[in-house]
Design a protein around this ligand. Structure first.
Ligand code: SAM
Length: 759
């Protein structure tokens, strides 16, 4: 943080003198270093460059990335605008496969310079349809460090609005092809405590539909135990089948992301408000919640599993202090050395020493918690919100905890926002006896056992639902956690006001009894495999026999296929069937694959009982559709389908025309093969849903997706919507010119942007 700012605040705070510990967040090294770095100061005042990531499954992302690299960037190189050279986009040096880009041009260039204007339109449309994600460079880091694989059980504790969730989903779907999606055996639970923000998550994740996704709405620090059946459990031979069948165990995760709420002081380049409102107390106040969220994650992790803890703050109280407190309270974890993980990433090591501010006026007079407490009159000691874990551990302890293995990203290093990342690994083996360990590890384990005293003494009884820790894990932590969920007493964590805490306890007790009566979402109900609607869909689409027909569900208690059919993988199905959906506060799960065909035309044609393939569900269904029922077409057919809403069947070229004429009305799937149409070529295969009416055809993709596709394939938006919009613009310009009004029409794509371009 800029030193001058702290000084100014101290001045305003009045009276307190510079302390022996030095300015806020100070390391020992700082004492000997000149803190005036002009580049750093200037950089903090500069707006961030625009960064984006090519999203989607690996193969699809590579194809689009090639388009950027080979079609757009060459045209953007050497551009001169108003006498100045404009730099083209460049790839972030550390992002795998060069899939992330950065550029720094003014809004004026994007609006007026023809090549950049075209590139901007391209970005806008591809962003709209989810193929490109505008995301801060540093925010792309945490999912990379998690190294998610398709079989992993992954938890995103604080997920909204969901840019990192999208990256995690992509990793889960790494084996997808450009047109077809795999059904990963793993799981991603994206959770956020803010109900409204979970809807952002649902919206975001619709761009990468996944049968392995669940969205929940919980306070992550008390995330409930999720039960799954223990079919793998080997019971003693005498166990009655009835007992064995009933057994469930706690789902533990392979990977957990804790991208926790933070003061956000690392975002000051894009949030100028931080310059005015920043206070060290923001970090002090969040510290307790941050520890509790991380501890909950540690309790839910499998042995050998990995947690990434991240914030967009540079305050050690929200970062190294949280890591140190969590590591000291729960044994069996260590910080991973990730120094060589992303070559090209420039960072600084975690801090091992700092002095927290004890109030808003940035008083950093106290090098230790004890010193601070002793400075207070006795009557005030109970009231202070400062706790021991705000301070750094002793130097030897900080070293033994390897706090320097954390990564600090400073804005001036690679022209980014400020960020903090720590990677924690849970030991794969059983815990070593505390007495057999070296001094610190022995103490850590002893402290942790103290912290869990009640449950350690009183082993929980398995009650209704018989939840055991995951069978192959034999994890005592999980068992203990079940019994004392929410009563966890890690040392030195700021306590909530008593009344609030006891209310929370009451609420939790209620939640433990069963569901949450305040949770108003609809339940998910699995349909039976022989349901006539399900069977009709299977026949109509000619699905193969390995289609997971028993994993289709609907969103109502009766199990009626009212509007949409969803598909989940086996693990999500197990979770839905073994947990009260209100207790886990399930907002959504799986992916929509079929939707009821609505509208007058469907009624007229007797198709109102038919379900059609949804474009978002098609990649998931595609591997199960018998190849002979997929219609083949070429680029000229695609052009006709793009240029008109309802092109009539006789207008299509042969052999497509005869092929489609032979098909019944209703939902179909078309494979557009690589081909030429005039000057344009389709370089890779596309598979899209189509609706056949009595006389015409409709490409069943959303308007914006159609425009993005058109821009990509034909270099311009040939869709009806674009033509109508252009006509409207021409008409209104003509009218205003006639009336002598000077109007500034919207720039192409601006109204649908989703990409906000800062000046
Ligand atoms: C830094 S943002 C997460 C950003 C997100 N990971 C992304 O990449 O888009 C922190 C999120 O934590 C949520 N949050 C705050 N307190 C929480 C809690 N106790 N449990 C779960 N989520 C919480 C906020 O609603 C916010 O969405």
């Amino acid at each position: 943080m800029p030193r001058t700012k702290n000084k100014a605040r101290r001045g305003r705070g009045g009276g307190k003198t510079q302390n022996r510990g030095g300015p806020n967040w100070r390391t020992d090294a700082v004492e000997t270093v000149d803190m005036n770095n002009e580049r750093f100061n200037n950089c903090l005042r500069e707006p961030l460059p625009t960064t984006f990531r090519v999203a989607g499954s690996r193969q699809a992302a590579r194809l689009l990335n090639d388009t950027i690299k080979e079609t757009h960037v060459p045209h953007l190189a050497g551009v001169i605008f108003e006498g100045e050279v404009v730099s083209p986009p460049t790839q972030l040096p550390w992002y795998p496969d060069g899939l992330a880009w950065q550029f720094n041009v003014s809004k004026k260039v994007l609006r007026k310079q023809p090549e950049f204007k075209r590139f901007h339109s391209f970005l806008v449309f591809e962003t709209e349809v989810g193929n490109i994600s505008r995301q801060e460079a540093v925010s792309m880091l945490p999912p990379l460090f998690l190294e998610v694989e398709p079989h992993h059980r992954v938890m995103d504790m604080c997920a909204a609005p969901g840019s990192k969730t999208a990256q995690l989903l992509e990793a889960l779907h790494a084996q997808d092809t450009a047109t077809a999606s795999s059904i990963p055996s793993g799981l991603l639970i994206a959770n956020d405590s803010d109900n409204r923000r979970t809807h952002l998550l649902i919206h975001q994740s619709a761009r990468l539909p996944s049968p392995a996704l669940m969205v929940t709405n919980h306070d992550a620090s008390i995330f409930p135990v999720i039960k799954i059946p223990s079919e793998q459990t080997i019971f003693p031979s005498g166990t009655k089948t009835r007992v064995a069948n009933k057994r469930q165990h706690q789902l533990l995760f392979d990977r957990i992301l804790c991208d926790v709420p933070c003061s956000g002081d690392g975002t000051m380049r894009k949030n100028p408000g931080i310059w005015k409102s920043w206070s060290p107390m923001d970090g002090n106040g969040l510290h307790g919640l941050q520890i509790r969220i991380l501890q909950r994650a540690m309790r839910m992790l499998k042995k050998g599993g990995r947690i990434v803890y991240s914030t967009c703050s540079l305050n050690p109280v929200e970062n190294e202090a949280v890591i140190a407190a969590a590591l000291k309270s729960i044994p069996g974890f260590e910080l991973v050395d990730v120094s060589n993980f992303l070559p090209g990433l420039v960072y600084r090591p975690g801090m091992t020493s700092w002095v927290p501010s004890v109030d808003r006026s940035v008083i950093t007079d106290f090098a230790t918690f004890q010193g601070y407490i002793q400075s207070l009159p006795e009557s005030k000691r109970e009231e202070t919100k400062m706790v021991e874990s705000h301070w750094p551990p002793a130097q030897a302890e900080a070293e033994e905890l390897h706090l320097s293995r954390c990564l600090r990203i400073y804005p001036h290093l690679q022209d980014t926002g400020g960020f903090f990342v720590a990677v924690l690994q849970k030991s794969p083996g059983p815990l070593v006896e505390a007495s057999a360990l070296g001094s610190l590890e022995g103490k850590r384990q002893a402290n942790a056992v103290e912290g869990l005293e009640t449950s350690e003494v009183k082993k929980p009884k398995l009650s209704v639902g018989d939840v055991e820790p995951e069978a192959n894990d034999g994890d005592d932590d999980a068992m203990l956690q079940d019994s004392q969920e929410g009563t966890e007493s890690a040392p030195a964590i700021p306590s909530e006001p008593r009344a609030a805490a006891s209310e929370k306890m009451k609420g939790k007790a209620k939640a433990k009894e069963g569901g949450d009566i305040h949770f108003k979402e609809n339940p998910y109900t699995f349909m039976t495999s022989d349901d006539p609607i399900v069977q009709a869909c299977i026949t109509k689409l000619n699905l193969k026999s390995d289609f997971p027909v028993s994993n289709i569900l609907v969103r109502n208690p009766a199990g009626d296929p009212v509007r949409s059919l969803y598909l989940t993988n086996d693990l999500v199905k197990d979770i839905v069937q073994n947990n009260d959906y209100t207790r886990i506060r399930l907002m959504t799960c799986g992916t929509k694959v079929m939707g009821k065909q609505e509208g007058a035309a469907a009624k007229r044609e007797g198709a109102e009982l038919q379900f059609r393939v949804l474009s978002e569900g098609l990649p998931v269904l595609l591997p199960f559709i018998q190849p002979e029922s997929i219609i083949t077409a070429d680029l000229s057919t695609l052009k006709i389908l793009m240029e008109s809403y309802y092109p009539v069947i006789p207008g299509f070229p042969e052999p497509f025309r005869s092929m489609i004429e032979s098909k019944p009305t209703g939902s179909h799937v078309v494979r557009f093969v690589p081909s030429q149409a005039g000057n344009f070529s389709l370089t890779h295969e596309l598979v899209l849903p189509l609706w056949k009416s009595n006389a015409s055809l409709t490409l069943m993709i959303e308007k914006k997706a159609k425009s993005a596709l058109s821009l990509r394939v034909f270099g311009e938006d040939v869709t009806t919507v674009a033509r109508e919009a252009a006509q409207q613009k021409r008409d209104s310009t003509a009218t205003s010119v006639e009336a002598g009004v000077d109007i500034q029409g919207p720039e192409p794509g601006e109204d649908v942007s989703g990409i906000v371009i800062e000046d």
